[in-house]
Design a protein around this ligand. Sequence first.
Ligand SMILES: [Zn+2]
Length: 119
Amino acid sequence: MKKMIKCETCGAEFDASSVRCPYCGTGYAPAEEDEYMDKLEEVRQDLHRQIDNGNKQIKKGMGGTVRVIILAVIVILLLVLGGLWLSGRTERSRSDRKKEEFLQNQGITTQQEETIDDM
Ligand SMILES: [Zn+2]
């Protein structure tokens, strides 16, 4: 239902949703404000949509990249640890202590019985 208002200047009745009087052109403040707020709200929602989309894309992209990096790190760690373990097995007497030092420098503890025994 349309609400009619009376123009303050010319006294004509017009739709309250009109920004200004269709007869004399006098601005109607509440409608003007509403229109302004509507536009503001539109801009705000648009901005939110764009930010949301951006975040989703960033998260999606980041997720894929992070997974690849984690996999690569795990593979490299396994190779390094496997190599060290093999070399430690073949020449344990000399390289065991070096291996321990290396792993401790890297912040990695091997959790193997022989390393605990050495301590
Ligand atoms: Zn008017």
